[in-house]
Ligand binder design. Structure first.
Ligand SMILES: Nc1ncnc2c1ncn2[C@@H]1O[C@H](COP(=O)(O)OP(=O)(O)OP(=O)(O)O)[C@@H](O)[C@H]1O
Length: 234
């Protein structure tokens, strides 16, 4: 029996005349990778933000590891996000003035870890993602795929139990996209953690165990992928 780590019930979100979420209920089993697909404007990012506690929906609840997060104060939700969740976006939102290892260490430092204790684990994560030797490069001195792997290391260094990714391969060519997905899957579901990834790319979705399709703020399909297609390779 798999554990449900995240569960949303009845999420709605209205932006003026636009119903971005229209009664979405969904649960995620721990240790699985789920792709969220759908046309532009269908509500994918709004759903991801509601699930991750970035934004409180108008109505509905989100439970993480059995506790309701939708009712937490902003400060408590921020702490929960920093300590339990990791984020990877299309543009990695890395700090260009800092080096690769400093960007990763920053996630730990924001949680109160002193810099000298943060650098070691940050360097270990970079090495695990194939970036040994590039620790002291600034972000502008890395390729797009390398920078996304720095973002994955930053999302994971705090021990995040769920990684939320929004178009993590959107700016990459197909070979680099595949490498980044290998890194993302290997560092999450490959270690028993959970991945929720918004993507337009069917080849990214095919690497996940489950594909959820959103249209007009509703889930219109929720299906497992072919077992042969899904999978984790390092
Ligand atoms: N802050 C906002 N204010 C007003 N409308 C918004 C806001 N955020 C999103 N919307 C609208 O809500 C709908 C859903 O947006 P959302 O970003 O969730 O879609 P999406 O499926 O992620 O799209 P894309 O694939 O283009 O990123 C869209 O019609 C969008 O214009």
């Amino acid at each position: 029996m798999t554990n449900t780590i995240l569960q949303a019930v009845g999420l709605t979100q209205q932006y003026g005349p636009t119903r971005a979420l229209d009664g979405v209920s969904i649960a995620f089993a721990e240790g699985t990778a789920t792709a969220i697909m759908g046309a532009s404007g269908s509500g994918k990012t709004t759903l991801l933000h509601a699930l991750a506690g970035i934004r409180t929906p108008d109505t509905g609840t989100v439970h993480y590891a059995g506790s309701e997060i939708s009712g937490l104060s902003d400060a408590d939700r921020s702490r929960l996000r920093r300590e339990h969740f990791g984020f990877v976006f299309q543009q990695g939102l890395l700090v260009p003035e800092l080096t690769a290892v400093e960007n990763v260490a920053l996630a730990l430092m924001l949680n109160g870890t002193p810099r000298r204790q943060a650098i070691g684990p940050a360097a270990q994560w970079l090495a695990a993602l194939g970036l040994a030797g590039l620790e002291d490069r600034r972000i502008g001195e890395l390729s797009g795929g390398q920078a996304q792997r720095v973002a994955i290391a930053r999302a994971q260094v705090t021990g995040a139990r769920i990684v939320f990714a929004d178009e993590p391969t959107g700016a990459l060519d197909s070979v680099t996209s595949d490498e980044v997905m290998n890194a993302l899957l290997g560092s999450t579901v490959g270690r028993g953690q959970t991945l929720v990834v918004v993507t337009h790319d069917p080849s990214v979705a095919a690497r996940c165990q489950r594909v959820v399709t959103v249209r007009d703020g509703r889930i219109v399909a929720d299906q497992p992928t072919q077992p042969a297609a899904a999978g984790v390779s390092q």
